[in-house]
Design a protein around this ligand. Sequence first.
Ligand code: GDP
Ligand code: IMO
Ligand code: MG
Length: 427
Amino acid sequence: MPVTAVVGAQWGDEGKGKIVDLLAGEAQMAIRAQGGDNAGHTVINPQGHFALHLVPAGIFHPDTLCVIGSGVALNPEVLLAEIDALHARGVRTDNLLISERAHLVLPYHLLIDRVEEASLGPARIGTTGRGIGPCYVDKVSRTGLRAGDLLNPAEFRAKLAFATERKRAIRADVPDDPVWDIDAVAARYLDYAERLAPYIREVVPIVNRAVAAGQKVLIEGAQGTLLDPDYGTYPFVTSSSPTVQGLCLGAGIGPKRLTHAVGVFKAYCTRVGAGPFPTELHDAIGEALRERGHEYGTTTGRPRRCGWFDAVAARHSVQVNGLDSAALTRLDILDALDRIQVCVAYELDGQRIDYFSGIPSVLERCRPIYEELPGWQTSIHRCRRYEELPPAARRYVERLEELLGVPFDIISVGAQREQTICRRSVL
Ligand code: GDP
Ligand code: IMO
Ligand code: MG
């Protein structure tokens, strides 16, 4: 009964898309559990180079049933554009289902996201501007519209009118804009509905039948644990839970059915948007990581902030998610370095600490305590077995395993599907 969660273990963009595309070849089902099109999951495989935002990264395997789970914030316009782009490149989507419970991102969510960010000035979060936070606000305040509502035009229109009028009355700070035009928005969304209807289902029984039948089921996370509203760098976080717990919730699978939790870690750290980042590098090495790693956001094109691997933050992630193992990605980006630093603890007000504080102002005061390891200064792109990695690369991996207390079952040495070392099966 293998059910494996693939969870982002840092600040997102760890390479979840690559890992899920790879593992989905063995799975009968792949479920994207949470987040919305704030996510950008890159997949490079024999069919091409793809940036997915909502479609599960298992879609390239026609025999893998792909599900957009109830925890996803779904922008139907973005999803349809993504489906069209896949079709144009010969990728079929007959293996896609959408939970009727997934909440819809509405045009006013995007506007509110922008207005809120602008009003925060220097305190802004640096959101992706995709309306994801405002969509989840409506979900918990019980005023959201869901994918299932698209299936009944009269009901959809009535719910949209009610929600729009209520929102408009409450949000007097949000300017006049076509997003408040109920007729226009209803017409647009009901057009989307015609195309999306064949995909929309109550997926709970479908997913749980697969689990009960012992099929291999993958759950794909979006974002990363350090962006979790509870366990991340609040308030500089996203608005759904990118943890294993959030993945089970968004997939509609009870946590006791999960058999493996694999955390995806980059071999160093990056973050887009504002918020504390103790190991951030503001020097030539940070710049070199960004350029060599092409560290620019898949969704927004923003430069990613870069820094050394933070084992304090990573241990926090292991604990919060209860990880069984890890996938280490982008190890090749470190190829050229002669020395590599790993943060093993922080110094806070003259004291050594080994925990990841929940208070941003405390994290801002934490100074990383580094351990230096030798680099390998040779290309590892062609390595396919662990033994083929240079000794210094193995030493790096093994030191991270010691610091985190979990095995690195998968090591990724390039963006392509086959540029991967699989040491143990995680599914
Ligand atoms: P995700 O959001 O976690 O799916 O990650 P993104 O796709 O946003 O960013 C990860 C980037 O790293 C993408 O450009 C991937 O193609 C790339 N990538 C993934 N694994 C590797 C790797 O091992 N080496 C290199 N060089 N690139 C990788
Ligand atoms: P994937 O799935 C990296 C960040 C944003 C911002 C914060 C809140 O590709 O790893 P939001 O738009 O969610 O309200 O923005 O979260 N963020 C991500 N950073 N990867 C992502 O997704 C992200 N999704 C959101 O940059 O700091
Ligand atoms: Mg990404």
